[in-house]
Write a protein that binds this ligand. Structure first.
Ligand code: RTP
Length: 150
């Protein structure tokens, strides 16, 4: 936990296709997180196999890779207090059915295979994912609101 903790948030192809990019980013900004990197990317299946390497043995893995490669995604790094845990809470559960109303998946998604947004599950995975998606490096800047948020 630190004021400058970072998490990797990715709006998945269904979130982009459904025009939910602005709404999802707005929730993170309104909560108090700062964007330190953002881009649109159309990932290859190879790149996604690296991102989801921990799930390689799961039966849903091939379908997951195809779904994630089916269109562009928005790759974002948000920074702020407890960014990883709060980011996960904002997303809801993996399965939208188990996600509370008010969470991103609980408000915008129905099925586990179309759950619109990814969020890092630990600081260690966040660091790995940030390196994988932003090998060019990312920005650091000071927000004037920081003293008012924590
Ligand atoms: P994510 O990495 O996308 O944020 O999701 P997560 O941590 O909540 O869940 P994880 O277990 O890492 O699964 C990654 C993504 O795989 C798809 N999935 N499909 N039973 C299924 O068909 C199934 N289970 C998981 C979801 O898109 C999930 O977000």
């Amino acid at each position: 936990m630190s004021n400058t903790e970072r998490t990797y948030i990715m709006i998945k192809p269904d979130g982009v296709q459904r025009g939910l990019v602005g709404k999802i980013i707005a929730r993170f900004e309104e909560r108090g997180f700062k964007i330190v990197a953002l881009k649109m990317a159309h990932p290859t299946e190879d790149h996604l196999r690296k991102h989801y390497a921990d799930l390689a043995n799961k039966p849903f893995f091939p379908g997951l890779v195809k779904y994630m490669a089916s269109g562009p995604v928005i790759a974002i790094v948000f920074e702020g207090l407890d960014a990883v845990k709060t980011g996960r809470a904002m997303l809801g559960a993996t399965n939208p059915l188990a996600s509370p109303i008010g969470s991103i998946r609980g408000d915008f998604a129905l099925a586990v295979g179309r759950n619109i947004c990814h969020g890092s599950d630990s600081v260690e995975s966040a660091n790995k994912e940030i390196d994988l998606w932003f090998p060019e490096g990312i920005t650091s800047w000071k927000s004037v609101y920081e003293g008012w948020l924590y």
